[in-house]
Design a protein. Sequence first.
Length: 138
Amino acid sequence: MTNFDFKEWADLYQVDPDAFEQRREAVLEGYVASVDPEARQALEQTLFRIRMIRQRSKSPLQAAMESSKLMWESFGKLREQVEILERELSPAPLKQNGLRLVNANTTAQENMSAVEDNSPAQPSARVIPFTASNKRAH
């Protein structure tokens, strides 16, 4: 359904709510039928759950809230799976950070030799104020 006309649907609901529901069901069933068979069962289950929510809800607002809750639960499960995948695909953590503070008053050669010698980092650092568009950041 690519050309959804809200006014047409709203008018149909106002004139004949039963015809609206029949048309809504036909559109939903048509969409479910157009989905790949691998995803169809999950979609049918979700649609069934939403129908049951609508049936037992005391008001359209309650049905919308319950359906929204269902959506966010599904989103949370999806996010958990993405996080698991990210952990599995990320490289192993480094044993040592490798970043060192260097003294701004020493030469680049002295800083490099300190890194190569594995000597401890210099205890000083220089603060560089951040500015954007010639305005000082707060």
